[in-house]
Design a protein around this ligand. Sequence first.
Ligand code: ADP
Ligand code: MG
Length: 245
Amino acid sequence: MIETRELVHRYGDEESPAAVDGVTLSIPDGEFVLLAGPNGSGKSTLVRHFNGLLEPDSGEVLVDGTPVTDDLVAARTRVGMVFQQPRDGFVAATVGADVAFGPENLGLAREEIDRRVEEALEAVNMRDRRDERIDELSGGERERVAIAGALAMDPDHLVLDEPFTGLDAPTRESVVEQLRSLKESGTGVVLVTHDLRDAFALADRIVALADGDVAVDASPEEARDRLPELGIRVPPKRETPREEP
Ligand code: ADP
Ligand code: MG
């Protein structure tokens, strides 16, 4: 469970506008949340608090009831984070070594590390590519390695910040498929996106931010009518077939 309580984040001094302005939100384990909102509405700032990459100016963030600032390691073990266009976020030269890095830092046994790396690569359809160099991969393949790296930590929640940016349609579909199987296996997903069409059907809940606060928090069907006024595109409603006269 991820919880924020009256969370406020400013990038400047007290006079500066709050990028996140009093957000109170609970995300239970296993829930698939789409986090939407226009550019600059505070999405990236908010999710960076979920595992302690930023510190609150006021309010608090709890993971499984413990303030993130009290136990960063626990928060980072439970909440995995995948950033947009992970070009520079890799720590090792090869796919396998990069995915192994997180579990190695947890101090796990070698066999457990190997098992996790194998499973994580399997989950993103890159099982046979352990020894390939990351700098020779396409953008979509790097995205999948980044997802595998987060999965190898076996998190309760996987947070992805705009993972579709720069990906072509087939690669987006393949990432959506991976998210679908994660959801089926019980991993919670928080998917940050300004365009809901890719993953609308997977969502249990849609949270939309505007000016650093929650503007909509509803089921996909309820949210559908309220999102366009925030400038967020939604997939068209499926037409119900007309009855023949
Ligand atoms: P989103 O992810 O929804 O586009 P962000 O969380 O990136 O929104 O940004 C929220 C607000 O904070 C915006 O006004 C943005 O300009 C500002 N902001 C984001 N990152 C920084 C930063 N590193 N320094 C200063 N201001 C920032
Ligand atoms: Mg962002």
